[in-house]
Design a protein around this ligand. Structure first.
Ligand code: PGA
Length: 254
């Protein structure tokens, strides 16, 4: 059974104090709901990761993720954060290759393949993001591009390693824009991703991977996405900053 996951990517939002308050409110709402079949992941900035990880420690179905990591194990890389540091504060997941990292920090598929290896070596789970820019979709080249992001970023992994990866499909034109992919557009890409995983590995492996949709997902549209057969949850930006919205999204699995 594939895991159902709703992950809240706070991006560069919330001070430590604000983050603690958000998690308190979110957990209060979440634990009051029958959400046993889905897991929730908080992805705060590094500075709050230890505190938030302690807050969710021992809670069933609640985990934390870092929003990024560096592509080397340790050393003279001032200002960077390694996977072992992330692990040491209790996070279980690491978001890799978010479109903002690809766009503003020039992260390449090759660099992301290295980061993926480091995350897996530490026994953590990557949330590997893919997605196309608007001009790529307008040129109907989205499958080619997402296929390349996946093959160059993940296809060096063994089947066993791949099964620890969560994939997030986030069309860049739908991130933070209020412009949402239709349920059909999202389902089509998720099915494509599963198809190429099945071709490279096998159908069983492809069926085990959780593939999340991201991009202006909110309580009002989440049910449509989550009812699609290849969509296993969401990577949520803006709506994860408001407890009622975030829990409202996860409850759409019911
Ligand atoms: P959004 O962001 O929900 O604010 O569109 C999604 C993301 O970037 O992960």
């Amino acid at each position: 059974m594939r895991k159902k996951i709703v992950a809240g990517n706070w991006k560069m939002n919330k001070t430590l104090e604000e983050g603690v308050k958000l998690v308190e409110e979110t957990l209060q709402l979440f634990t009051a709901q029958p959400t046993d079949n889905a897991i929730m992941i908080f992805c705060p900035p590094f500075i709050s990761l230890e505190k938030i990880s302690l807050m969710v420690d021992g809670k069933s179905n609640v985990f934390t993720a870092a929003q990024n990591c560096y592509s080397e194990k340790s050393g003279a890389y001032t200002g960077e954060v390694s996977v072992s540091m992330i692990k040491s504060v209790g996070a279980q997941y690491v978001i890799l290759g978010h479109s903002e990292r690809r766009q503003y920090f020039d992260e390449t598929n090759e660099m992301l393949a290295r980061k993926t290896n480091l995350v897996l070596e530490e026994g953590l789970n990557p949330i590997f993001c893919v997605g196309e820019l608007l001009e790529v979709r307008e040129g109907n080249k989205q499958e080619e591009l997402v296929g390349k992001q996946i093959s160059e970023g993940l296809f060096h992994l063994s089947a066993e390693e791949l099964q620890k990866v969560v994939i997030a499909y986030e069309p860049v034109w739908a991130i933070g824009t209020g412009k949402v992919a239709t349920d059909e557009q999202a389902q089509e890409m998720h099915a494509f991703i599963r198809k190429i995983l099945a071709a490279k590995y096998n159908a069983e492996v492809a069926n085990e991977i959780s593939i999340l949709y991201g991009g202006s997902c909110k309580p009002s549209n989440a049910a449509g996405f989550f009812s699609q057969k290849d969509i296993d949850g969401g990577l949520i930006g803006g709506a994860s900053l408001v407890a009622t919205d975030f829990v409202g999204i996860i409850n759409k699995f019911q």
